[in-house]
Design a protein around this ligand. Structure first.
Ligand code: GDD
Ligand code: MN
Length: 382
């Protein structure tokens, strides 16, 4: 095999045709309910990477379909396969980061475990990185020879296009396919950037390239996005919000967390919901103003809770009884938030009677309070 690493060339065991010894490449497969796909992917990797020293790390978020168990069973037969089973956590980017950190290879790749990514591209990516001319190699559906195929619905394809243009404009990232979740990079570069990456969301590759601030040498290789065979996609349209959060957070140079931004965006929708509800109670139901305002406040709080639970805290999503408890704590926290808001606004206004400044300062104070406290109580970690 061609190898330019410093350690002794790894040996190929005669009996199985497998390369033993330290891996040069780690393929990270994030999984959620991919028990049918994992065995197939491992087999495909075995063929595609024959002769290379590789290993695979499956990072599974404790999938109910038993993906972890299936993987552990394969690992019993094949030492190149490892499993990281995460309990109580969800999220694609976080899973990829943990998988890459668990590797000690010179190169790490991230690939979907659902057969949509063409594993035959891996040797070409590896070749490009071994040449030492590139730091990261991205599989792109939009360079000559690549295609989104029929793997994406038209609405997703449209959204994907828009997202690409935003990334180019705001992050100055020159990638033909910034949404791609299929890439390989030098592990040392990844480790340097890891502290700046957001574990939330699903745009890990874009986050890596944007965090590199132009320092990473990028190679793009074309591939055709295949259709899913088993199981279903976990990325719904709400993940677009994750993306916008990442974009804004990067524009602010990571000074504001993606989570806080999403929380604030949800808060923004809450204002609109509040006004619409208020209008309905006043006009349609003819309720008195005070009561209308009170009920509208509850409608807006509930809508914020629902959206935050689906979006901002999708990785810690509350269900069942915990959902009801969460909603009640959220009401209490937000009520104190209103007090903080009004208190601060009044204090500022009495010192400096500029209505918009006092109003905005109060609103920010309320938002920060709500965020910090509901982050710690309502959507408490683990
Ligand atoms: N561990 C873990 N945790 N894995 C996850 C999670 C999660 O919360 N959510 C999804 N995955 C795994 C899936 O099991 C699959 O292996 C891979 O991540 C991709 O998830 P899909 O649900 O199949 O995503 P998709 O096909 O809709 O989106 C793909 O294409 C997009 C471009 O259109 C992904 O590659 C995206 O990253 C990519 O942007
Ligand atoms: Mn998929």
């Amino acid at each position: 095999m061609v190898s330019n690493t410093n350690y002794e060339p790894t040996e190929i065991s005669k009996s199985e045709g497998r390369v033993t010894g330290p891996a040069e490449l780690t393929v990270v497969l994030p999984t959620y309910n991919e028990s049918k796909n994992v065995p197939i992917v491992v087999e495909l990797l075995d063929k595609a990477l024959a002769g290379a020293a590789w290993e695979v790390i499956v990072v599974d978020d404790n999938s109910p379909d038993g993906t972890s168990k299936v993987t552990a069973d394969i690992a019993q037969q094949d030492p190149r396969v490892r499993i990281v089973q995460r309990i109580g956590r969800r999220g694609l980017s976080g899973a990829c980061i943990e998988g890459m950190l668990a590797s000690s290879s010179k190169f790490v790749a991230v690939m979907d475990a659902d057969l949509q990514h063409d594993e035959s591209l891996l040797p070409k990516m590896l070749e490009a990185l071994r040449s030492e001319s590139y730091d990261i190699c991205v599989a792109s559906r939009h360079v000559e020879g690549g295609d989104v195929g029929t793997g994406l619905s038209s609405i997703r394809a449209w959204g994907s296009n828009l997202a690409n243009n935003l990334a180019r404009k705001f992050l100055k990232v020159e990638l033909s396919d910034p949404m791609s979740g299929f890439f390989m990079l030098r592990r040392d570069r990844f480790v340097e950037l890891a502290p700046r990456l957001s574990s939330q969301g699903f745009k890990i590759m874009l986050d890596i390239v944007a965090s590199g601030k132009g320092a990473l040498r990028v190679k793009e290789l074309p591939f055709v996005f295949r259709e899913r065979q088993h199981g279903e996609s976990k990325l719904d349209t709400l993940v677009t919000m994750d993306y916008l959060g990442l974009l804004v957070s990067k524009i602010f140079d990571d000074k504001i967390s993606v989570r806080f931004l999403m929380y604030s965006m949800v808060g923004g929708t809450g204002v609109v919901v509040h006004l619409i509800a208020l209008k309905i109670f006043l006009a349609a139901f003819g309720m008195p103003f005070g009561l209308s305002q009170l009920v509208a406040t509850f409608v807006a709080m509930s809508s914020n809770f629902f959206l935050n639970n689906r979006l901002t805290y999708r990785d810690r999503r509350l269900t069942g009884l915990a959902w009801i408890k969460g909603l009640l704590t959220f009401y209490v926290i937000c009520s104190f938030g209103i007090l903080a808001n009004v208190g601060v606004a009044e204090l500022i206004y009495t010192n400096k009677p500029i209505w918009w400044f006092a109003g905005a300062a109060g609103a920010v104070m309320g938002a920060v309070w709500n965020y910090v406290v509901s982050n710690a109580l309502t959507w408490r970690k683990g």
